[in-house]
Design a protein around this ligand. Structure first.
Ligand code: URA
Length: 271
């Protein structure tokens, strides 16, 4: 290897390492409860109302027929149409008090999809996922993995802000989503996954990990292992908010992300 190329690689490695070292440093932590031992039921079969006429959840070829002019060709448009449909969703009580339905954002053909817990105050106000302190840390993790935020897809297990008190103007008012909320919302996440077809899903924290894996295990037990969800490889890891509260979790998260990077590389999906 040429000396100049070697120096470039060395510089990149140094930057990545310092990114990892600095994850979350200097953050002021505010406690946000993550409940590990809730029961999360899987999809609710009776629940196809809002999109029933437009989007079938069970027939792959017919899926999204009325909103998708070119099946599997234009994933961006299909996602936009689904987002538009969900804008005024009132499937569960979260729809009553949220300011915005936070659908998700990123590359509609992303190889890597991150699924968090639910929008918080900042996300509800701006209508974008993971833009608060936990989101900024997630962005650093994504960049340390060698991706730009806009190259991956980021969403949540529920699209509306789960609040302790029904007041979107209150800060520190977050709570984990309830089982009935996740079960109502999960079909829309399934549709997003089906449109995007990521090569790997990373679930962040207990609610999304336990819901998609239909498991009662704790996130500590689930993290770091590969699973399959609807035929797609899935890696559960800790939520970035947990890393803000407990920086010693950065190391296991980075171990998990290294496995993801290796998986993508070995399957020939890395950039
Ligand atoms: N935490 C989440 O789980 N999701 C967000 O969008 C923001 C914070």
């Amino acid at each position: 290897m040429k000396a100049s190329r070697f120096l470039k690689v060395l510089k990149l490695t140094k930057t990545t390492l310092s990114e990892y070292k600095n994850w979350g440093e200097g953050e002021i932590y505010k406690a946000k409860k993550i409940v590990n031992n809730q029961t999360y039921s899987s999809d609710n079969d009776n629940d196809k109302e809002i999109l029933q006429n437009d989007i079938s959840v069970s027939e792959p070829q017919a899926k999204y027929s009325s909103i998708q002019s070119q099946p599997s060709q234009d994933t961006g448009k299909t996602l936009e149409a689904l987002k538009e449909k969900l804008k005024n969703c009132k499937d569960c009580p979260l729809g009553e008090h949220r300011l915005n339905c936070v659908f998700g954002e990123g590359d509609s053909n992303a190889k890597l999809m991150f699924i968090g817990e639910g929008p918080g105050y900042d996300e509800d106000h701006q209508g974008r996922p993971f833009i608060g302190r936990a989101g900024q840390l997630l962005t650093k993790i994504i960049e340390a993995m060698g991706y730009q935020r806009q190259e991956v897809y980021i969403t949540n297990i529920v699209k509306c802000h789960p609040m302790k008190e029904a007041n979107p103007e209150l800060r520190s008012n977050d709570r984990p989503p309830l089982p009935e909320e996740t079960s109502k919302c999960k079909k829309y996440l399934d549709m997003q996954i089906d449109i995007i077809k990521p090569k790997i899903i990373i679930t962040l924290g207990a609610p999304s990990s336990k819901t998609l894996l239909n498991s009662e295990k704790t996130i500590s037990d689930l993290r770091g292992e590969f699973f399959t969800y609807n035929g797609i490889t899935l890696m559960p890891t800790y939520h970035p908010a947990a890393l803000l509260r407990n920086p010693s979790l950065k190391k296991p998260v980075w171990e998990d992300m290294k496995k993801v990077i290796k998986f993508l590389k070995e399957k020939g999906f890395s950039r």
